[in-house]
Every structure is written in structure tokens, then in C-alpha cells.
Design a protein. Structure first.
Length: 349
């Protein structure tokens, strides 16, 4: 297939691009290259004749129309989004603009392309990639399924919920061939260093305090990013149109457990400064912090035959090793002025 991937220079998007090229697909990467995008994520595919890059903002309809007409993709995989919850608390406008208005603009461009019957467009499909955060929070038991009611609690999750609804509506109202997926927390190589796991690794490496929100009891289902990329390519190629698929890692853990596991790995793999758990500092929780997310991924297993292949222990070990072995990647980000500072406190007053 020829895949148009939005946000393909980001964390999950670049994993999808690398996996798609390795699997023999052609990829058109559409990315505006905002702060969390990094062309270095794609160095291994940049010279491949099946890879093309278009620096285009998904809110720019004229440019999207040009990209569709030029490249005639078989499918869209829509990953472009503002995604950091703490940033959405401090500045929700960017999330509304990119995640809602951008998705609307992309849907309209895709609808025009599909309706015009341009070549491959006759067999076209639109895969929207979303998050389990749209479902809100769980108690100590239960799992999110594809029929769980939406109940977003942050500006980020609300904007993603809105984009999910837009995609469904364009499928029902206009007949756009859509498929959706909602994933649990991703982690792994190339993760932008503002999220929990890279923050822990890099702060431990630098001997800085490792901040943990509240008491660290919030639970997430952790999904290794390369497993997620494989799942997404399975959904876009085999998923039933009009359906949604939950993608999870079967790897629930509290935040404090994740932090302590990483500290133990750092003690083993980078003993300087050990024990690293002495750096753990409990800080004021962020507003509206969901207690627990957990995914029921039985539908994608039963229908499409996908299941996670990387355990949490193995994935964390691979991730710590990657950051230790790829210092120029994250050092370049820090040199561009990115600070490992606390965000998401503006609503606290």
C-alpha cells in the first residue's frame, strides 16, 4: 500500500513509518515539524525510494489537497496531534486547533479525494489513531472496551474525543471509509523527553530529582511503541471499516512501580550515581489526573490476530538501553532549548 501518515516525525508516527517501510509499503510522511517532531527519528528510512516527506500543516487545506493529488495514497494513518496532557492544561488552544480543527480539515481533504475517485482513492481508507484517555478513568477494576462511554477529563483527552467523533460522523454521514483505534500509554525508543519514562531515565542519568505526581499510585497499561506500530499497520490493512479497535500492552503498572523499575535498570546499566531511587521526589499532583487506564484488547486479538510481543520488563530494558546508547539524539533536543521542567500547574490555583 501507499500510506499517507500524518505526524510521521513524532514518536509513534515515526515508529509506524519505519515499520511500514520495513514491511514493504510506500509512505508519504506529512508533518508540520512542531516542537515534538524530529526528522532524526527517520534517519534510517530517509534515503529509501519508497519514502517521501511533505512538511505540511494538517490545518492547511490547499496543501493537503496538493499532497493527495500528487501522491494518490491508498490510506491515511492520522497520528498528527498535540498529545502532552500537562501542556494541554497550560495551553489548551493548540490542542483544540490541531486535534479538532486539523482533523476536520484532513477529513474534508480525504473526503474530496475519495469522492473524486482519483486512482487509488477508489479503495481508500482513513485510519484515525486515538487514545484510551478519551474514556476517562477507571476504578481499581474493569477495562476499557470499544463500547465504553466517552468521559474525557483533560483538555487533551477532550480534544481527542472530539476528533474521534468527527471521524465517526464523516464515516456515517459522508460514507468516508474509516477505521479507528484507541491505544494505551506508549513507551520506547525516540520518545520525546517530556513524558514520564524518558524523564526518569534522563533525570537519573543527570543525577537530578525524579518527580512523581502525588503518591505515584496512578495506573497505566504500557504498550511498547514498536508493538503499537505493528498493531496499527494490522488495523489499516485488515480492520473492518466503521469499526474501532482498542490496542493495549497487557502491562498494567503504577507510576511509582515504573519509576522504581527504571531506577533499578539504571543501577545495573549505568551504576554511576546508584542507587538512583534516592532521587525520587513526590510532587503536587496535576489537576484532573485520571487514576487508572486499562485496555481490553480482546477484539483486535480475535478479529485481526494481533497481540503484544514485548513484555513490560523487556520493553523497559530496551528503552533504557536505547537512551544510554543514543545520547546524541536527546542531547540535540536539549540543546534546542527543551527543559525537563514541570508543566501543567497553571490550573492549580
Amino acid at each position: 500500500m501507499k500510506l499517507l501518515v500524518t505526524g510521521g516525525a513524532g514518536f509513534i508516527g515515526s515508529a509506524v513509518v519505519r515499520k511500514a517501510i520495513a514491511d514493504g509499503h510506500a509512505v508519504v510522511n506529512v508533518d508540520a515539524l512542531t516542537y515534538a517532531a524530529n526528522p532524526a527519528n527517520l534517519d534510517e528510512v530517509a534515503g529509501n525510494d519508497r519514502y517521501a516527506f511533505e512538511q505540511v500543516d494538517i490545518r492547511d487545506r490547499a496543501e493537503l489537497d496538493r499532497v493527495f493529488a500528487t501522491h494518490e495514497p491508498d490510506a491515511v494513518m492520522h497520528l498528527a496531534a498535540e498529545s502532552h496532557v500537562d501542556r494541554s492544561i497550560d495551553g489548551p488552544a493548540d490542542f483544540i486547533d490541531t486535534n479538532i480543527v486539523g482533523t476536520y480539515t484532513l477529513l474534508e481533504a480525504a473526503r474530496a479525494y475519495h469522492g473524486g475517485g482519483h486512482g487509488r482513492g477508489r479503495d481508500f481508507r482513513f485510519h484515525h489513531i486515538s487514545t484510551d484517555e478519551v474514556f476517562g478513568t477507571l476504578g481499581e477494576t474493569g477495562l476499557f472496551s470499544e463500547t465504553t462511554p466517552y468521559s474525557p477529563n483533560s483538555p487533551y483527552s477532550a480534544s481527542k474525543a472530539a476528533s474521534d467523533h468527527l471521524v465517526r460522523a464523516w464515516g456515517e454521514t459522508y460514507g468516508l471509509p474509516v477505521v479507528l483505534s484507541n491505544c494505551s500509554n506508549n513507551y520506547g525508543p525516540y520518545h520525546f523527553p517530556e513524558k514520564l519514562i524518558p524523564v526518569v531515565i534522563l533525570n537519573a542519568l543527570a543525577g537530578r530529582e525524579i518527580p512523581v505526581y502525588g503518591q505515584g499510585i496512578n495506573v497505566r497499561d504500557w504498550l511498547y511503541v514498536e508493538d503499537h506500530a505493528a498493531a496499527l499497520l494490522t488495523v489499516v490493512t485488515k480492520g473492518r471499516l466503521g469499526e474501532s479497535y482498542n490496542i493495549g500492552g497487557d502491562a498494567e503498572a503504577t507510576n511509582i512501580d515504573i519509576v522504581r523499575r527504571i531506577c533499578a535498570l539504571m543501577d545495573e546499566m549505568n551504576p554511576t550515581g546508584a542507587p538512583h531511587d534516592r532521587l525520587i521526589t513526590f510532587v503536587k499532583d496535576r489537576p484532573g489526573h485520571d487514576l487508572r487506564y486499562a485496555i481490553d484488547a480482546s477484539k483486535i486479538r480475535a478479529e485481526l490476530g494481533w497481540e503484544p510481543s514485548v513484555t513490560l520488563d523487556e520493553g523497559l530494558r530496551r528503552t533504557v538501553a536505547w537512551y544510554l546508547e543514543n545520547r546524541p539524539w536527546w542531547q540535540a533536543i536539549q540543546e534546542r532549548g527543551h527543559k525537563l521542567e514541570r508543566l501543567g500547574l497553571k490550573a492549580a490555583g
